[in-house]
Write a protein that binds this ligand. Structure first.
Ligand SMILES: Cc1cc2nc3c(=O)[nH]c(=O)nc-3n(C[C@H](O)[C@H](O)[C@H](O)COP(=O)(O)O)c2cc1C
Length: 381
């Protein structure tokens, strides 16, 4: 199986499964507890159906949207994800380059493996910086200042990770940073030598957003310990209000799920929220973002940019989310599997397939621009 044999998300996932040592594949593919939320995220899109209009002159389709003050050529962006150079040696560089080619936004994680400054300089497309909230308030301010100095367009604070999710696939394989593989996990690396050769012959693995603060090299602190020791479980709305003031620009909260919290985000001056359950990797049994979208869009959609992520695998999923009131939709595994399978060529192919699907689906829906999508073209079963 090669990249040219991939026609959809499922094919990218299968190619990644064949090419990656299984502990890495499982880290990307896995989710918390029984992975119910992970499955529901995609299933949720089946709860309603699209009603097309015909004979509406759809030769030219405009897929562009403005979200968080950024103009995107398509209504989909690459959500921030950790450790990308572990999946493929090109990592964030491949994702940023592909996002720039398709005129869309990408996120750099606090746990990213390429520096936010390098990416900001190299690729001319809207860039998000995803932050976690540290106990050390001076560190939070320093990180925001660093992002400001680099010219980051959007600050995104992830609020659903106050503690790490229970990812049992990782417990079984021993996946952690630094690696603490079980014997079974090690065998999986031996039988996929191409990954190991690539990993060992490219630039050393590091976490440049954190390396001044966390000594990953000497194994002094693992990512697990980073979450438990450095992040602040006492984080509250006042803390975040202060960050919003300090940033003084586009600021969104990732992981909002309740109407009350969405309203609170408006009150403290956020300019966007992302309905998300972290791809099912945190609280298993939590609601799918798509199921919760209409209620939140109704409550705050005229005051703040509402986005969502989780389970998006098809152009029609994007159309359904936009119809309910999302301004744009984030993807995670949809670009991570092709990245892992084939680097930049993979991410480009994924974005191209998704864009073509959205464009084709818009034509079939009789809509020539995304703002023509509305609840009128959706019906629940
Ligand atoms: C391997 C992996 C790593 C992730 N790392 C982060 C991260 O560092 N910060 C963050 O806010 N979200 C992270 N996420 C969550 C994504 O940003 C996004 O919310 C999620 O992947 C959406 O679900 P989907 O993968 O079904 O599209 C990660 C997701 C995956 C799969």
């Amino acid at each position: 199986m090669r990249l040219r044999h991939c026609h959809n998300f499922h094919d990218f996932r299968e190619l990644a499964r064949r090419r990656l040592p299984s502990p890495i594949f499982d880290y990307i593919d896995g989710a918390a507890d029984d992975e119910e939320t992970y499955r529901r995220n995609t299933k949720a899109f089946e709860s309603c159906e699209l009603i097309p209009s015909v004979l509406r002159g759809v030769e030219n389709i405009d897929l562009s949207v403005i979200v968080m003050g950024q103009k995107l050529a398509m209504p989909v962006y690459c959500s921030p994800t950790a450790l990308q150079r572990l999946f493929h040696h090109q990592g964030e560089r491949a994702v940023a380059k592909a996002a720039a080619k398709f005129g869309t936004m990408f996120g750099v994680s606090s746990l990213g493996t390429v520096s936010l400054e390098e990416l900001r300089k190299a690729y001319d497309t809207p860039q998000v910086y995803q932050l976690y909230f540290h106990k050390d308030r001076a560190l939070n301010r320093a990180m925001m200042q660093r992002a400001k100095d680099a010219g980051i367009n959007v600050m995104m604070l992830t609020v659903d990770s106050i503690t790490g999710g229970n990812r049992e696939r990782d417990l079984r394989t021993g996946f952690s940073i630094p690696f603490q593989l079980t014997l079974g996990g090690m065998v999986q690396f031996v039988i996929k030598p191409t990954w190991a050769i690539n990993y060992l012959t490219h630039e050393r693995f590091k976490l440049p957003q954190l390396d001044e603060h966390v000594d990953m090299g000497g194994g002094a602190i693992s990512i697990g310990r980073y979450f438990t020791e450095m992040l602040d479980p006492s984080m509250n709305w006042n803390d975040v209000a202060e960050m919003v003031r300090v940033w003084n620009g586009q600021f969104c909260l990732k992981g909002i799920m309740s109407v009350a919290d969405a309203k609170r985000a408006v009150e403290i001056g956020c300019t966007g929220i992302i309905l998300s359950n972290h791809g099912g990797r945190q609280l298993d049994g939590s609601r799918a973002a798509f199921d919760q979208l209409a209620e939140i869009a109704d409550a705050v959609g005229d005051k703040i940019d509402v986005m969502m992520d989780g389970g998006v695998r098809r152009g029609t999923h994007v159309l359904k989310a936009l119809s309910l009131g999302a301004k744009a939709v984030g993807i995670g595994r949809y670009y991570l599997f092709p990245l892992a399978a084939a680097g930049q060529a993979g991410v480009e192919m994924a974005l191209s397939l998704l864009r073509n699907e959205i464009e084709r689906d818009m034509k079939l829906m009789g809509c020539s621009s995304v703002n023509q999508l509305s609840r009128a073209n959706l019906k629940y079963r």
